[in-house]
Design a protein around this ligand. Sequence first.
Ligand SMILES: *Cc1c(COP(=O)(O)O)cnc(C)c1O
Length: 398
Amino acid sequence: MAPGDRRNDTPERKRKKMQKKYLMTPGPTPVPAEVLLTQAAPIIHHRTPDFSAAFKQAIEGLKYVFQTEGDVLLFASSGTGVMEAAIANSFYAGDTVIVCRNGKFGNRQKGIAEVYGLSVIDLKYEWTSVVDPADVAAALEENPGVRGVIVTQSETSSGVLNDVQAIGSIVREYPECVLIVDSITGIGAVECKTDEWGLDIVMTGSQKGLMLPPGLAACTVSEKAWRAYERSTLPKFYFDFMKYKKNIANDTTPFTPAVSLVLGLNVALGMIREEGLENTIARHSRLAEATRRGCEALGLKLFAPAEGRGSAVTPVWVPEGVDGKKIVSILKNKYGITIAGGQDDYAGRIFRVGHLGYFGEFDIITTLAGLEMTLAELGYAFERGSGIKAAEAVFMGE
Ligand SMILES: *Cc1c(COP(=O)(O)O)cnc(C)c1O
């Protein structure tokens, strides 16, 4: 069959071609058309006044979403690059750090710290638990000389929201200890007041709340974090913070930036500014609430505990007798809706609905409707329509 000749396509393949797709994951997230179109423009050279103006605007916009007056650095990498950079730029060989972990991304932080030869005090929790700030306070007290506390604000694997404000107020009392916060699915979805809460390095990635394709990562660097940098001896070249800081002074980057993504970032940040960050956060909290109430109305159990639920993603236990992997695959193949499954130990046991970034009410209604049809097909007993009804009630302020 010649390329483009579809005469022999099966009805199934034909149907799939016209199937509308919905990306309901907590990263990558949907990208607004305005952002996509900007990125489609012919590439401009990065050593030009045009790019410098765009870059300067991007850094200013990032300061707005990070709620900081301090430095913000921007890298061409996925989020994990900046997770590694935060560690490489903060510590002296063999330093002791506290890693708080209650999910897959906390585990990753521990792995990076170990690769860099740091001595790790491991504050490990169940994925269904919140990090207890009192444990951080106790660990700091019992271990004089700890140089860093590393925590994930919004644990994407579990939907748990850790209280980085409380942890910030504890770590602030230790002038030689930096607080490193993975807010990769926090920024733009939940409150994260970098300066006010005393957070030293806060990171995010483009394919999460920033409504961009993957490929950019950013972090804040406080005065305290710069002092830690001065003392740091861990190896770094591409991610050396000082190279970026020196270049930002001239509105540029040390290495070739992801030009198209930076241009797209300005459009996305402009949309957040227009909505107003407070309203952006409130929208996420409403979408999360509707998703939770919708799932509960279907008789499903939420994975994250009530005392610490974020607004980026809603993980839900797969009900007994239902094949969790089938929920994800039917939604995707039959209805064009991509949600996320569980990770690691929770693969097949939970599913995760993302509502991070460019999301509105009808994304939630669509996902819940698809979920209802999928659960019905899988023989799960519930009242059809009850999920979307509960979500509508949230949106109508009932
Ligand atoms: C997505 C994500 C990361 C980074 O992952 P990449 O795949 O490298 O972008 C880190 N932490 C959290 C909490 C995340 O959600």
